[in-house]
Design a protein around this ligand. Structure first.
Ligand SMILES: Cc1cc2nc3c(=O)[nH]c(=O)nc-3n(C[C@H](O)[C@H](O)[C@H](O)COP(=O)(O)OP(=O)(O)OC[C@H]3O[C@@H](n4cnc5c(N)ncnc54)[C@H](O)[C@@H]3O)c2cc1C
Length: 401
């Protein structure tokens, strides 16, 4: 066991922290208030190597490990959730799935430019009528010669109006669709540039306001057969594999959000006086700050274990799910208590904790709701669920493991 980060980790952690503090933190309140996603951040994140942080150098990435991906997410979400969401969909859900399941041609066509930030990737599973119950999606992909014709609508998609490529899950087997048999689902790389693709932004969203979330419609979109990811019928496995990677990023990001709540609360508690003393001197305020500290430390250890298992090339659905569930629920608690510690000021947009509170709630919903994760963890313990080996998996970072 070694709990130390190495020099490369520390350098990445510091450079991401300094960049986000310098270039985003001073403007984030304004971007959030204006509901504005700042596209100019993307080339800067690419320059820092963040958009391909754990993609091997031979595919255009920075060649770092999966712990590095988590560190970057923690530092980005310390400043704002919208920054971490970029890594979740682009690196976690899209690029790492291509790395594991994509053909060599798909890696050259999509993974290399994504790792360099020349293309931005996203992920389309959810639809207006189906989220947790992925078998309820309606999008279809019909094979016609050397193409598939995709029809359907995806909803609540991060970077829907920003990304260039979308990993789309659709039914390729109509009979299995009727039976809701997930072995009738397949995965495709769909480009925004394909005819029949259109997207929009959800303007009524009340959290992660500096991020872009929206919908896209595929109206007879012709997708070349070579854009099928994996084999026909592997779409459900691929969708769940993608979530195994996305959940690490969400867990690590939630740890960063808890740390942001802790730090803002400690600063305020030393500054604000009530009943003749700093409010930090009141035991009930100390209790909230102590809870934030224990939640932060536990969340960090859980996501580090998930990333370590990925480095080792070991199956980690159970551990990654636990990290995501624990850290996101804890981040909602931390954000709520951070508002409480700030009193009425916490209820004002003048302080960042209200934004933390709005942002925290999203992660308790996406990439598996709190309830779905509870059911998964109970089922592992009860022996109702076990993970089987996958046909394709992430390349381990240390091949000697
Ligand atoms: C900000 C944001 C960004 C997102 N980004 C993406 C994205 O990039 N790509 C993408 O594909 N999706 C994305 N999503 C969608 C997200 O993954 C879904 O919202 C999520 O899976 C939940 O689905 P739902 O909203 O349809 O809720 P539902 O599935 O309808 O669930 C509603 C409620 O019922 C509960 N419930 C459902 N089934 C059960 C059960 N079996 N037992 C107990 N309780 C249950 C849920 O826990 C929840 O509380 C995003 C969502 C948000 C909010």
């Amino acid at each position: 066991m070694n709990f130390d980060l190495d020099d490369d980790h520390r350098l990445l952690e510091r450079s991401t922290r300094e960049w986000a503090a310098r270039e985003v933190a001073p403007r984030i309140q304004q971007l959030d208030r204006a509901h504005t996603f700042d596209r100019a951040l993307l080339p800067k994140m690419a320059e820092l190597g963040l958009l391909g942080v754990c993609i091997p150098a031979k595919y255009g990435g920075a060649g770092m490990d999966y712990i590095s991906l988590g560190l970057a997410c923690e530092e980005l979400e310390y400043v704002d959730t919208s920054l971490r969401v970029i890594l979740s969909v682009h690196v976690g859900l899209s690029s790492l799935t291509l790395l594991a399941w994509g053909s060599e041609a798909q890696k050259q066509q999509y993974l290399v430019p994504q790792a360099q930030g020349a293309l931005i990737g996203s992920y389309g599973l959810t639809e207006p009528a189906a989220g947790s119950d992925a078998r309820g999606i309606q999008t279809t992909a019909e094979k016609q010669g050397d193409r598939y014709i995709l029809n359907g609508e995806k909803m609540w998609i991060s970077l829907a109006d920003v990304a260039d490529t979308f990993l789309v899950i659709a039914w390729t087997d109509q009979e299995k669709k009727r039976q809701k048999d997930p072995s009738g689902l397949s995965a495709f790389m769909v480009e925004r540039a394909f005819a029949g693709f259109s997207s929009g932004t959800l303007t009524q969203k009340w959290g992660i306001l500096a991020g872009n979330t929206g919908f896209f419609t595929m109206d007879g979109v012709e997708v070349p057969a070579e854009n099928l990811v994996g084999l026909p019928g592997e779409g459900f496995k691929i969708a769940m594999f993608a979530l195994d990677q996305g959940r690490l990023t969400v867990a690590a990001g939630a740890a960063g959000l808890i740390r942001a709540c802790r730090d803002a609360s400690a600063t305020y508690a030393r500054d604000r006086q009530a009943f003749g003393v700093e409010i930090g001197q009141h035991q009930l305020v100390k209790e909230m700050i102590a809870q934030m500290e224990s939640d932060y430390q536990a969340s960090r250890l859980l996501w580090l274990r998930s990333a370590w298992l990925k480095n080792a090339g070991r199956r980690n659905t159970r551990e990654t799910g636990l990290a995501k569930w624990f850290a996101t629920v804890a981040s909602e608690r931390a954000a709520s208590d951070a508002v409480q510690i700030h009193g009425a000021n916490g209820y004002s947009d003048e302080y960042p904790v209200g934004r933390f509170y709005r942002n925290a709630k999203g992660a308790v919903i996406y990439e598996g709701t709190r309830e779905i994760h509870k059911l998964m963890q109970a089922d592992y313990v009860l022996g109702y669920r076990a993970d089987k080996p996958l046909r394709c998996d992430l390349p381990p970072f240390y091949p000697t493991f």
